[in-house]
Each structure stands twice: as structure tokens, then as C-alpha cells.
Design a protein around this ligand. Structure first.
Ligand code: CA
Length: 228
């Protein structure tokens, strides 16, 4: 999942980016409103974490312009605890939710996960598919046993998990290699040309071939699971 962090405070931005990366998100960071407006006009993100007090262009104005372009990317605004009016202005301008500064990082992560989940039309974050149970919160993959025995944990690398998360968010949707890379890496990360193939190969070895299908010339998909 790819997040845009809009934050002018270097210390806060550094800390938040660190936490988000540790959770497996690809994070791009801009430090003023004009830069945010420009990048949101040309690139797609799974969520925007938007500070409201920003140089060059106010956060609320960034949000207004985004929604005026009919862009429905989930936006989580960040405001000071006492700035009730800002919060209201942000929500009225089309924000989906807000968090208060100073951040409670666990709460921030929970709100981000909830918004991404909702934007994918899922009420529940845990998915059971192809005999596996996948939990995006704990990053756990478990193989379910048909005879009711305890499920077996499967060890995945952070990158393997990130690829899996993209595919499992919307079973049946085909993602090209470029689309997966996009969600996997921030601007400054080096992408080796066959990285996605390597992660897919690793996932198939660990999860079984049925979990990820190659659609020739198009990309990859997690087939819908038709078993009741
Ligand atoms: Ca600020």
C-alpha cells in the first residue's frame, strides 16, 4: 500500500515515516501544500496523511482541490488537539477521518488500516481465502487445516507480505507488475527489474500455486475463492 505523507515538521515526518515503513507501507513524503497538490494531481495513493498547517498552501485547500478533481483517495487529516474549527473545516472539505497531534502512533495505524479497508469495501480486515487466513493487522498468514487441527503459521518476508496485501485487498482484480511496484516502493527506493516476480515466486512456494494467478500479458491476480 502506498501512502502520501504531507508534513512540514521534519522531526514528526521522520518518525511517522519510520513507523509506517516498519508496517510495510510504501511512503512518499512532501513538506508543503503546493507540492502535495501537484503530486496528488499526477500520482495515485491508497491514502493521504495530511497535516493542515502547511507552508505554501493550506492543508484544507489541498483537500478541496483534490475533491474538486473528483479524486476519492481516503484522506486522514492531522490537527492539533485544540483546533476544533480546523478539524470541522477539514471534514467539511472532504476528509474521511482525523487524528490529533501529538500522534498516538497505534491509533494512527488503526485509523489508516480502517480507512484503507473501507475504501476497498471490506468491513473486516481478516481474510480467509484458498485455505489460508491472512491478517493484515498482525501480518500473519496461517494455513487452515480441513480436519479442524490448529492452523500452521507461514513465514513471509515484509516485501512478500506487501505484495500479498495488494492482491488480497481486491480478489479477482488483475494488477500489472508496474502497479504492484508502485504500491511497494516510495520514490527513493531502488526497484530491481524482476523484484515483483521474485516476491510472487516466493509467495507461491509458501502459499501454494493457486493463491496467485498469472494473467498473461496483464499481470497477477488473487482469484476469488468460490468455496463456501
Ligand atoms: Ca504543520
Amino acid at each position: 500500500m502506498r501512502l502520501l505523507l504531507v508534513e512540514d515538521d521534519t522531526m514528526i515526518g521522520d518518525a511517522v515515516r519510520e513507523v509506517l515503513r516498519a508496517e510495510g507501507f510504501a511512503v512518499d513524503w512532501v513538506r508543503d501544500g503546493a507540492a502535495a497538490d501537484s503530486v496528488l494531481g499526477s500520482e495515485t495513493f491508497d491514502l493521504v496523511l495530511l497535516d493542515l498547517g502547511l507552508p505554501r498552501l493550506d492543508g484544507v485547500e489541498v483537500l478541496r482541490r483534490l475533491r474538486a478533481r473528483r479524486n476519492t483517495t481516503p484522506v486522514l487529516i492531522v490537527t492539533a488537539r485544540d483546533a476544533v474549527q480546523d478539524r470541522i473545516a477539514g471534514l467539511d472539505a472532504g476528509a474521511d477521518d482525523y487524528v490529533l497531534k501529538p500522534y498516538d502512533l497505534d491509533e494512527l495505524l488503526a485509523r489508516i488500516r480502517a480507512l484503507i479497508r473501507r475504501s476497498h469495501g471490506q468491513a473486516d480486515s481478516v481474510r480467509e481465502i484458498h485455505g489460508l487466513r491472512l491478517n493484515p493487522i498482525t501480518h500473519e498468514a496461517l494455513r487452515l487445516s480441513p480436519d479442524g487441527a490448529a492452523p500452521t503459521p507461514i513465514q513471509l518476508s515484509a516485501r512478500e507480505w506487501a505484495v500479498l496485501e495488494v492482491l488480497m485487498a481486491r480478489p479477482g482484480v488483475v494488477y500489472s507488475r508496474a502497479q504492484i511496484e508502485d504500491k511497494l516502493y516510495g520514490w527513493k527506493d531502488e526497484v530491481s527489474s524482476n523484484a515483483v516476480e521474485v516476491y510472487i515466486h516466493g509467495l507461491r512456494k509458501k502459499l501454494g500455486n493457486a493463491v496467485i494467478e498469472t494473467v498473461r500479458g496483464l499481470g497477477y491476480t488473487m482469484p476469488r475463492d468460490d468455496t463456501p
